[in-house]
Write a protein that binds this ligand. Structure first.
Ligand code: SF4
Ligand code: SF4
Length: 550
């Protein structure tokens, strides 16, 4: 049980429970599990506070709001997402930029220095909010903010692909939701309504990102991904931003430097406009949580294009570069897609040799590219297989990966799924299941289909809706079960989208978010039959899902 009074009595009353790693009920006062310091937490809380004030000021006179203000609103929220930005100097620049916009919109009383921000934490920090609103309302308020952080990240990815236009309207929806939080008297029903509004906004943003990826990078299709490195100089890109990768590929074309994906960049191989670059040679490593184990073995620079960043070890820190919203103190930040310093570092690094690649000689290719257009190209086959009783059930098993032991649940479950069922996967949770075994196929249709990044859950939704239309069954009546691993705020945005769409019986794990109080959970369970994963008995969950448990 959190002792809020005691937290508030500290000099820096830092508290954070936005991600699954939270220590106990929250990370408090000392460094968070992610390595975030209390000072960084204070600045990030103040950025969120300024985004709230920007929202209120914006709604007083929409005509005064510039497109760049809305882009900054999204970027401010994005940079406070778990494992994105640990660089206080960079974060203070967001504070100053947001304060300038807020002042231009008529709200002038903002804090200027890092010291003022840290001193002010007792007034605007999370502990103060929990004390003011109580656990249930404060948790639902945080859910609105966390959902906005995730959605804002996706919206920010659209900007370099397709300008701001397609995400302007859903960003305004988030502005409206965040501005509502300025009211002190919102009850649980009103707050749940705001959560669903953020889910609706995120759905529109994911659709826009999907369209932008398709338009710029070509229609994704099934593609094998090599996982054995090849001899030669090399650059690794991790994170989520496909535009960063495109620039990197263009800037390394003809240099003899090979480019590798890591973590959530692996779906890059699905896009024709990216895989056409022959020096995009392979995926290296697995999910973000294994960075500190895997990256020391990569003999070249590593570019972090977005989350999730772990504290780099000294053995490779000098080779770490960040860009976009990402920052790590002491690592080189690259602006405006000018990856010259990264290329230079690759030239001066060892690269893979014929001997060193032997370590990965036994690695097998992975398959990506099961986005909606590709899977729905097989819709007739899928419907025929369902009709003939050869395809019993479809599972989505994926989401954000993390380090807690209960996450073996997802591999246990995937391993046990019977051979007459398909598994859709996506996000870095894929790495829990994609190397477990050869899943085989059902009459030529691969049993394990990777729909892409976390935002490509949009594809899983499109597939479900298309099956619903073709069979005449409501989505909740389809032989389809969603088992979602959550870790941080993009997963919150996705969950809110699924709830906004009325999807029931989602299993969420490996633990339920700390910021959801028992009372709030009771509301969600009652309305949406949201369930925790049964980490001790994946078979029991599997049996219940196969039996069509509602
Ligand atoms: S982001 Fe997660 S790990 Fe980091 S301080 Fe917050 S709750 Fe703790
Ligand atoms: S899917 Fe989630 S946990 Fe994984 S890298 Fe992306 S944001 Fe991080």
């Amino acid at each position: 049980m959190l002792d809020i009074e005691s937290i508030l009595s500290h000099e820096v009353p830092s508290m954070c429970f936005q991600c699954e790693q939270a220590r106990g009920d929250a990370c408090t006062l000392t460094k968070g599990v992610c390595s975030k310091t209390p000072e960084t937490t204070a600045i990030q809380d103040y950025i969120t506070h300024l985004c709230g004030r920007l929202a209120v000021a914006a709604l007083k006179d929409r005509t005064a709001v510039l497109e760049s203000d809305l882009i900054l609103f999204n970027r401010g929220l994005f940079t406070t997402l778990t494992n994105v930005n640990f660089d206080d100097e960079a974060l203070m620049r967001y504070v100053h930029d947001l304060a300038a916009v807020v002042a231009r919109l008529g709200d002038k009383d903002t804090l200027e220095t890092e010291k003022d921000v840290i001193d002010g934490l007792k007034d605007f920090g999370l502990a103060a909010r929990v004390q003011k609103f109580g656990a249930t309302a404060a948790g639902l308020r945080e859910t609105v903010i966390y959902g906005c952080r995730g959605a804002a990240a996706y919206a920010d990815h659209v900007v370099p692909l397709d300008c701001f236009g397609p995400v302007a309207e859903p960003t305004w929806m988030m502005v409206e939701a965040v501005a509502e939080l300025a009211k002190d008297d919102l009850d649980a029903g009103a707050l749940l309504g705001l959560c669903l509004k953020v889910g609706e906004a995120n759905f529109a943003i994911m659709a826009a990102l999907d369209a932008a990826h398709n338009a710029a990078l070509g229609r994704p299709s099934l593609a094998p991904v090599p996982t054995k490195p090849v001899p030669g100089k090399c650059i690794l890109i991790t994170g989520h931003d496909m535009v960063d990768l495109r620039h990197l590929l263009e800037q390394t074309e003809g240099t003899g430097i090979n480019v590798y994906t890591h973590g959530e960049m692996i779906p890059a191989f699905a896009y024709p406009e990216l895989r056409k670059h022959k020096h995009l040679v392979a995926n290296f490593g697995t999910s973000w949580r294994n960075q500190r184990k895997e990256l020391p073995d990569f003999p070249g620079p590593v570019l972090f294009s977005t989350n999730c960043v772990m504290p780099p070890k000294e053995s490779y820190k000098a080779r770490v570069f960040t860009t976009g919203r990402v920052g790590w103190p002491g690592c080189t930040y690259v602006a405006n897609h000018d990856f010259g310093p990264v290329v230079e570092c690759a030239r001066n690094s060892d690269g893979f040799t014929a001997e060193s690649v032997e370590k990965w000689a036994g690695e097998k290719d992975l398959l990506v590219g099961a986005m909606h257009a590709e899977v729905l190209g097989h819709a007739e086959t899928i419907l025929k297989l369902i009709g003939e009783g050869k395809l019993r059930h479809i599972f989505f098993i994926g989401g954000c990966d993390g380090s807690t032991p209960g996450r073996n649940y997802f591999s246990d479950l995937a391993e046990k799924v019977p051979d007459d069922c398909l598994i859709l996967t996506g996000a870095c949770g894929r790495y829990r299941i994609n190397k477990l075994k050869d899943y085989g196929d059902i009459e030529g249709l691969p049993r394990l289909l990777d729909v892409g990044q976390c935002n490509d859950v949009f594809s899983a939704i499109k597939i479900a809706v298309a099956l619903s239309e073709a069979t005449g069954l409501a989505v909740n009546e389809l032989p389809l079960s969603l088992v979602v691993s959550w870790f941080e705020q993009k997963a919150v945005a996705i969950l809110l989208t699924l709830l906004h769409l009325g999807i029931r019986n989602i299993r969420l794990g490996p633990s339920l978010p700390r910021f959801i109080s028992p009372e709030a959970l009771a509301i969600l369970s009652d309305k949406f039959a949201l369930k925790p994963t049964n980490n001790k008995d994946a078979q029991a969950d599997l049996d219940a899902m196969l039996a069509g448990e509602k």
